[in-house]
Design a protein around this ligand. Structure first.
Ligand code: COA
Length: 162
């Protein structure tokens, strides 16, 4: 059985992330989507809230399991016994970032490997930061997010404006 691990902050999960999860789920028997923390970022939603939102969006896929972890990626990778990690790339700069992360993770765990999926052209400009920036000014973010979480994200961003 092949299993892949798709980690990310998902603050919030965008349509770009959803597309990567959907495609990754087709090339393995089991896909673990793991919501994690990147200590360089500050978050709009805490870890549990992000896990709940990702579950809501990806619940329709039978071979996807959503988990949360505030530890190291290599630790959960080893614990779950995955074949590789999967990440989406939108640009050359994403590629450079992913290559550096992969090297660092491989130093920590020699069996670590990563599969990079190029994202869809029409989703390549979406990022969680863009969603938050546009939404914080009251702009329309519905085209960037899975429908299930648009209201939740708008509501949280509205609180920040008051
Ligand atoms: N594919 C990938 N990223 C996409 C995307 C797509 N199709 N579409 C949009 N993006 C954006 C995201 O929205 C996000 O944008 P933002 O920076 O504006 O928020 C950015 O690309 C990447 O975010 P995300 O995929 O959520 O991951 P991340 O870079 O925040 O998280 C972790 C990286 C969590 C995997 C990493 O920090 C980690 O491994 N943490 C655990 C601790 C650890 O082991 N650290 C050592 C690492 S060497």
């Amino acid at each position: 059985m092949t299993s892949l691990l798709f980690p990310g902050s998902f603050d919030p999960l965008t349509r770009g992330h959803k597309d990567i999860a959907r495609r990754a789920s087709k090339i393995c028997d089991k896909l673990y989507v793991v919501v994690m923390n990147n200590n360089k970022k500050t978050y709009l939603f805490d870890l549990d809230e992000r896990v709940q939102m990702v579950k809501e969006v990806l619940g329709e896929y039978e071979n996807i399991e959503v988990l949360g972890s505030d530890g190291l990626l290599v630790d959960i990778f080893k614990d779950l016994g995955c074949n590789a990690v999967v990440r989406g790339i939108r640009s050359e700069s994403d590629f450079r970032y992913e290559a550096e992360m992969a090297l660092a993770n491989k130093m920590l765990c020699p069996s670590y490997d990563v599969t990079l999926l190029p994202c869809r052209d029409d989703l390549s400009l979406i990022s969680s930061s863009l969603v938050k920036e546009v939404g914080s000014y009251g702009g329309d973010i519905s085209g960037m997010l899975p429908a299930q979480i648009v209201d939740k994200v708008n509501e949280r961003l509205r609180k920040g404006r008051t």
